[in-house]
Design a protein around this ligand. Structure first.
Ligand SMILES: [Zn+2]
Ligand SMILES: [Zn+2]
Length: 360
């Protein structure tokens, strides 16, 4: 009789311990998955900053890499997107690099995810052992399970989002053999690990809440103001910097669609030479401002410091020549009259342009 009874209790105990372990794992699973993706996104961004040349410097250096890429691709559509909305183009470009880095034949994404999983899985296992060690001899207490859960959640609080209150429904379980519980939880964790790992084989970048390219884009941030004449980006590395916006190499004003007044002649001059000229520019319907006093046009002009400098990068000379037809069509104008392209520009080769960029 007595042996039957004790076997009955043990059986019931075993069932409830299994229920306990399964319930606990059902709460750990989504928290673990989320933690793995968060850690992996940061790890990928960190790794790419070290290993991918494009991220080796500040945003201005990243832009040099973008210009190089654009020249290599020779796609006017891509140039158009870059010139029209540089900020979005940067995002798109970074996203492309992350995609290549993570999902090429090396499948680094899966490797990064598995590394993070191993890291957190070990944390969880060690939290199970620690909690068991701390609680197992507390024979003075009848609420050992509740104590075990307190200990377990608190040792994982820096690791997983596993609120203790979500485990209230299992804290009243009557279990005296904590070692038995320890083993049941450890056993239940193993399939959880394997299931997540299997899922990682098909993971893509959309599986992330906060994607690695978003983190990289934030780290490569800077001022996104564009020169009101040529559209080039301010090169300040701070988003809300003090003082004027500034940049070194301005671009031919045709890139923002400038034309000479009452003609269809596109403007190939750069702003930094215009500000030293006798020319005027128009704002609104008929207000004319001398380039020399461009700040008097008010914002955004007044927030820029454009130093007189006639030097223009060969890059934009090549670009204007190479995409002449497309630019004429885009801005509904012509490279003629005052916008006649100098012969010297036409001799510049893409190779020269690329090697000039390498010198940055
Ligand atoms: Zn400019
Ligand atoms: Zn700025």
């Amino acid at each position: 009789m007595s042996s039957k009874k004790s076997s009955g209790i043990s059986c019931q105990g075993a069932t409830s311990i299994t229920t306990f372990a399964d319930f606990l794992c059902s709460k750990i699973s989504p928290a673990l998955c989320q933690a793995v993706y968060e850690k992996t996104a940061i790890a990928i961004a960190r790794d790419m900053r070290i290993k991918v040349q494009d991220f080796g410097g500040n945003r201005a250096q990243l832009e040099v890499c973008i210009l190089k890429y654009l020249a290599q691709e020779e796609s006017f559509e891509k140039f158009r997107r870059y010139l029209y909305s540089p900020r979005e183009f940067f995002q798109e470009y970074i996203k492309k690099l992350v995609h290549e880095y993570c999902l090429d034949k090396n499948r680094r994404l899966e490797m990064f995810l598995n590394d993070s999983l191993t890291h957190y899985y070990e944390n969880i296992q060690s939290a199970v052992f620690t909690s068991t060690r701390v609680i197992k001899d507390r024979n003075d207490r009848s609420d050992k399970i509740s104590l075990w859960l307190d200990e377990f959640c608190s040792s994982l609080k820096e690791v997983l989002s596993l609120p203790r209150k979500d485990l209230k429904s299992i804290e009243h379980l009557k279990v005296t053999d904590i070692e038995f519980l320890n083993n049941a939880v450890t056993e239940a964790l193993a399939p959880l690990h394997d299931e997540l790992k299997q899922g990682f084989a098909n993971a893509d970048l959309n599986s992330f809440g906060r994607q690695p390219h978003t983190i990289l884009a934030e780290q490569c941030a800077g001022c996104w103001e564009q020169c009101p004449f040529c559209g080039a980006l301010c090169t300040n590395t701070l988003a809300n910097h003090d003082g004027d916006h500034q940049l070194v190499f301005h671009r031919p004003n045709v890139l923002t669609g400038y034309k000479w007044y009452k003609t269809d002649n596109l403007v190939i001059d750069i702003c930094s030479s215009s500000v030293a000229s006798e020319c005027l520019f128009r704002i609104g319907e008929d207000k004319w401002i001398p380039y020399k006093k461009y700040r008097e046009a008010g914002p955004p002009y007044s927030t820029w410091n454009i130093l007189p400098d006639p030097s223009m990068k060969a890059y934009w000379k090549w670009f204007v020549c190479h995409f002449r037809t497309q630019l004429e069509k885009w801005f509904n104008g012509k490279f003629q009259g005052k916008g006649e392209i100098p012969d010297a520009w036409k001799k510049i080769t893409k190779q020269e342009v690329l090697s000039q960029l390498d010198k940055f």
